[in-house]
Design a protein around this ligand. Structure first.
Ligand code: NAI
Length: 257
């Protein structure tokens, strides 16, 4: 359903916008009138997100090939916001990869570093470039994607859970540092959401696994990418003007058990 347009003419950067939560959120920002920088390693998916924003929403969109483990790519992402749309109002740092299922004493060093590099260091790399541009512009809003696994542990997800706990901590630190500079920094902590990530893990395709995962949520279902998008748009909007350093769970009650 088209939104009223809380972000008319604003510039919004979304990482991981070629799929899932990132795509749904980028489209929601487009519906709210924003101009999007679509940043992802997946060019085909990113071009499709950009096309949908251009064709179906009030906003505009530009795709940039961005690997959040590459500092130069992240720099180009932020420069594109400025050169194409004149600044940076909102950043949704959302790119992520799944963890491996290994115990703490079993995960390989290679897997450990790869997961931390995208899911935690990628958020730091993004904020490091975004904050100075926002400060020059007189303010902005950052939303990072953590997870319910940023708040609680799950056996055999060591790097993913450590990275997401790290995102929660990093979000609070950045929020404290910029609290008087009109830069609000928050995180969303989704429960299990029906996206490509869960398809790849077999959760959405294997009926038994799906039932097990649904049962972890008191609402007894998976969430949708659009439900996360709604929360991101709210926390990024002026309706949340006194909210910073918050880590907002959208999890069907998962963390309340
Ligand atoms: P997805 O797999 O549909 O989307 C992830 C996107 O990130 C993809 O477009 C992928 O190409 C991109 N990406 C991966 N590595 C990248 C890199 N190095 N640089 C730039 N882009 C990269 O997955 P989903 O579910 O939409 O995930 C989005 C975020 O939500 C992730 O941070 C994930 O950890 C988090 N999350 C997802 C949950 C779920 O159940 N689906 C639950 C909690 C958090």
């Amino acid at each position: 359903m088209p939104r009223d347009g809380n972000f008319p003419g604003d510039t919004v950067v979304v990482t991981g916008a070629s799929s899932g939560i990132g795509r749904a959120t980028a489209i929601a920002f487009g519906e709210a009138g924003a101009n999007l920088v679509i940043a992802d390693v997946d060019r085909d998916g990113g071009m499709e997100t950009a096309r949908r924003i251009q064709d179906e929403t009030a906003g505009d969109a530009t795709f940039v090939d961005v690997d959040v483990t590459d500092d130069a790519d992240v720099e180009e992402m932020v420069e594109t916001a400025t050169s194409e749309y004149g600044g940076l109002d909102v950043a949704f740092n959302n790119a992520g990869i799944p963890g491996t299922f290994d115990a703490v004493d079993e995960i390989s060093e290679e897997d450990w570093h790869a997961i931390i590099d995208v899911n935690l260091s990628g958020i730091w790399r993004s904020m490091r470039k975004e904050i100075p541009v926002m400060l020059e512009d007189g303010g902005g809003t950052i939303v990072n994607t953590a997870s319910i696994l940023g708040k609680v542990g799950e056996a055999e997800t060591p790097a993913y859970t450590a990275a997401k706990h790290g995102v929660v901590g990093l979000t609070k630190v950045a929020a404290l540092e910029r609290a008087t500079d009109d830069v609000r920094v928050n995180a969303v902590c989704p429960g299990y959401i029906e996206t490509q990530m869960l398809d790849d893990a077999g959760v959405t395709t294997d009926a038994e696994m799906r039932a097990e995962v649904e049962a972890l949520h008191p609402m007894e279902r998976l969430g949708t990418a659009e439900e996360i998008a709604d929360a991101v748009l709210w926390i990024a909007s002026d309706d949340a003007s006194f909210v910073t350093g918050e880590t907002l769970a959208i999890d069907g009650g998962y963390l309340s058990r």
